[in-house]
Ligand binder design. Structure first.
Ligand SMILES: [Zn+2]
Length: 132
């Protein structure tokens, strides 16, 4: 089967954006799992959707603003979700690797993110960076 790579969602799922993360970024659907929320937040970074990133960040740990436009422009290269763990119904962690380039140099972000669900909505809490 031929893959139309250009139409795939930035989060790495082989679905079009509108049927994948676009449901959450543009149509205000609630992500059913922390992994789905994590993928949608990665896609939000690729699209400089600071509004979505802040809205899905738990109020206890949320920064006042992100200033994505003021930072070096990451060219996001892809996302790999390594592990999704949900020890309780409203708590989860997601381990992932995100690859990006700045000025042509390649970087790798390996993180375990923590998520909590409140009133049906998953929120990002914080993340621990892992040495590669
Ligand atoms: Zn997606």
């Amino acid at each position: 089967m031929t893959k139309t790579k250009i139409l795939d969602c930035p989060c790495g799922n082989t679905q079009q954006y509108a049927n994948c993360c676009g449901r959450y970024l543009d149509n205000a659907e609630m992500a059913a799992t922390a992994e789905i929320l994590m993928r949608s937040r990665y896609t939000a970074y690729t699209r400089y959707r600071e509004d979505y990133l802040l809205a899905t960040w738990h109020p206890d740990t949320r920064p006042a603003k992100l200033d994505l436009a003021a930072q070096p422009r990451n060219q996001w290269q892809g996302l790999t979700v390594k592990h999704h763990d949900q020890p309780t119904v409203d708590q989860a962690t997601v381990e992932f690797v995100a690859r990006y380039k700045i000025n042509g140099r390649a970087y790798r972000l390996h993180e375990i993110s923590r998520f909590v669900r409140e009133a049906g909505q998953w929120f990002y809490i914080d993340g621990a960076l892992l040495e590669n």
